[in-house]
Design a protein around this ligand. Structure first.
Ligand SMILES: [Fe+2]
Length: 399
């Protein structure tokens, strides 16, 4: 089998390991930056995580301001607020400390600091949008320090921001399209498992399952390069092995494995696409901002797997194997179906919701969820084609 041809470009400096976030001040100094804006949320501040970052920056005599008003499922107005603070001072670098919401807000603020169009002009809805080169100038310097395991946003080229008046989660982003070309993302990423220690069980479950879904969708996506598949397989195995323990006991070794997995999945996101799980979950989250992303993901995962495996049983048999199903002697289709059951067991083991009804979604909104999903970038990479009727069937079975 041919592995195909792909171009891999990775311009982000990454350091992974316990205590790595202590290095932030030293790295800022090494780059010659003198002033910083820390973007975070109030939960991170209350958890004491920011103290580690502030101490490290103080030690190098770097001056800094803090913007700590990011909320879950960030909106265009939150990006504008953060940008306002960034533009009001002389900040050489932005340091994003938080989960996906914080990092995505920071990414978009650094984008708009150096590029002039309104945020919605950088929205990607089709594969052609991704390669259009709309981001003209390299974004303002950014260091990402994730506190969840997680979105992988610390190391990918994408951000998700809600356009409030459209009730729609915009995918914003661009990979480097030429050597040294501009991209949306970090210059440096410090990935420190110790920062995930205080994450409460419910968020541990939701963000960890989100990481699983990234690996899953990247693995089966239409056009996913073979080169990412050893990584996606490994991440699915890591999350299915360690998520339940991290959720139940908060064990640090399990948290470390999860963060490694979410980080690796974020890397894979840059080279493979998502699919109907993310498409439907993002549309639902745009309409219901109170629903955590990972919980919507958990609800849509089994029905989308069941829909896709009918036309791509071999890919889903690989998923089954990755999550520990003994597949010898089974047909691909049978193995694929057992894989869905194993994923459902994983979801149950961490008490994630299993229906849209449980999430508080109104039955009358299902048709809109299905039809709006066709406007997302993610649906283009779903391995099996899906029209509005197919997506409605999936959405109904998720209810
Ligand atoms: Fe996700």
């Amino acid at each position: 089998m041919s592995l195909g041809a792909h171009t891999f470009s990775f311009p982000i400096w990454v350091e992974f390991g316990n205590g790595k976030s202590d290095r932030v001040g030293e790295l800022i100094d090494t780059k010659g930056w003198k002033t910083a804006l820390i973007i975070t949320d109030q939960g991170i501040r209350k958890a004491g995580i920011l103290d580690i970052i502030e101490t490290s920056i103080d030690d190098e005599n770097i001056t800094y301001d803090i913007y700590d008003n990011v909320k879950p499922n960030p909106t265009e107005s939150m990006v504008s607020d953060a940008l306002g603070v960034l533009e009001s001072g002389d900040h050489d670098v932005v340091v994003a400390v938080g989960g996906g919401s914080v990092i995505d807000t920071a990414k978009c603020a650094t984008l708009l600091k150096t590029n002039d169009l309104p945020l919605s002009e950088y929205e990607v809805n089709t594969p052609a949008d991704v390669t259009a080169g709309t981001i003209e100038f390299q974004t303002h310097p950014l260091i990402t320090i994730p506190t969840t395991a997680g979105t992988g946003s610390e190391v990918d080229y994408w951000a998700v921001i809600t356009a409030e008046e459209r009730q729609f989660k915009m995918a914003i982003g661009q990979p480097p399209l030429s050597p040294g070309g501009p991209y949306l993302g970090a210059d440096i990423s410090l990935v420190d498992p110790e920062l995930t220690a205080s994450l409460p069980p419910r968020q541990t479950a939701a963000t960890g399952f989100d990481a699983f879904s990234h690996a899953l969708e990247n693995h089966v996506a239409a056009g996913a390069p073979e080169l990412v598949k050893p990584y996606t397989r490994h991440v699915m195995g890591l999350v299915s092995t360690y998520l339940s323990d991290a959720y139940t006991t908060g064990n640090m070794q399990s948290r470390e494995q999860l963060l490694f997995g979410s980080h690796m999945a974020g890397f894979c996101e840059n080279y493979a696409g998502f699919g109907a799980i993310h498409s439907l979950a993002e549309v639902t989250g745009g309409m219901y901002p109170e629903i955590p992303h990972g919980e919507a993901i958990a609800v849509f995962t089994p029905p989308v797997m069941r829909y896709n495996l009918e036309t791509h049983p071999a890919r889903y048999a690989e998923v089954a194997e990755a999550v520990g199903v003994t597949t010898s002697g089974l047909s691909d289709l049978e193995a694929a179906r057992r894989g869905v059951e194993a994923v459902e067991t994983l979801i149950d083991s961490v008490d994630l919701p299993t229906s849209l009804e449980e999430l508080g979604v109104d039955n009358g909104d299902l048709e809109r969820i299905a039809s709006k999903s066709l406007e997302t970038i993610e649906i283009h990479d779903n391995p099996r084609e899906a029209d509005a009727a197919d997506l409605l069937e999936i959405t109904n079975s998720a209810y």
